[in-house]
Design a protein around this ligand. Structure first.
Ligand code: AR6
Length: 169
């Protein structure tokens, strides 16, 4: 049984087996959660991202996919980097956003992780409407078979927290 929990705060302050990063295809860092994770986690994370790119991700990590690295100095065993979908009003890209949660959980299972902390993927720079992103996140976790015991959504502000809380009610 997987329990979904909500926390208000900064994901880089969490203690969990896995901290999920809302990265971009380059895996070389950025703003938002990505910037915060690399800042607090230290250079070991970026070094491993660079090695992954050189070894097997020459064109970058595709949208909806996920890879794991060390968590560096974060209070976690791994960071799973996933590439969210940029919001589009013209095209339904929901399955790509859902894929971020599915692929991250699949990788977490492979690693043997029991607790996984997710940010609200795609709801910042990638502009996904919060309520819809929260619905996709919660429905996908609910419908994905996994041995992960706790999926913790770590929400940065009230708007995100309330959107996820409505989905869990
Ligand atoms: N802890 C938890 N949530 C956070 C934190 C934090 N420390 N910081 C921001 N958020 P974003 P995206 C929230 O933009 O939309 C990067 O540049 C934020 O309020 O980080 O998937 C990457 O390199 C928002 O609700 O990710 C990519 O280029 C949510 O996290 C691009 O942004 C996601 O916002 C990815 O865009």
């Amino acid at each position: 049984m997987t329990t979904m929990t909500l926390v208000h705060g900064d994901i880089t302050r969490q203690s969990a087996d896995v901290i999920v990063n809302a990265a971009n295809s380059s895996l070389l860092g950025g703003g938002g959660v990505d910037g915060a994770i690399h800042r607090r986690g230290g250079p070991a994370i970026l070094e491993e991202c660079r090695r992954l790119r050189a070894a097997r991700l020459g064109r970058g990590l595709p949208t909806g996919q996920a890879v794991a690295t060390t968590a560096g100095e974060l209070d976690a065993r791994w960071v799973i980097h996933t590439v969210g979908a940029v919001w589009s009003a013209k095209e339904d890209r929901s399955d790509l956003l859902a894929s971020c949660y599915r692929e991250s959980l699949r990788l977490a299972d492979e690693l043997g992780a029991r607790t996984v902390a997710f940010p609200a993927i795609s709801t910042g720079v990638y502009r996904w409407p919060m309520d819809d992103a929260a619905r996709i996140a919660v429905e996908t976790v609910r419908n994905t078979p996994t041995a992960v015991e706790e999926v913790r959504f770590v929400l940065f502000d009230d708007r995100a927290y309330e959107a996820f809380a409505r989905q869990l009610d």
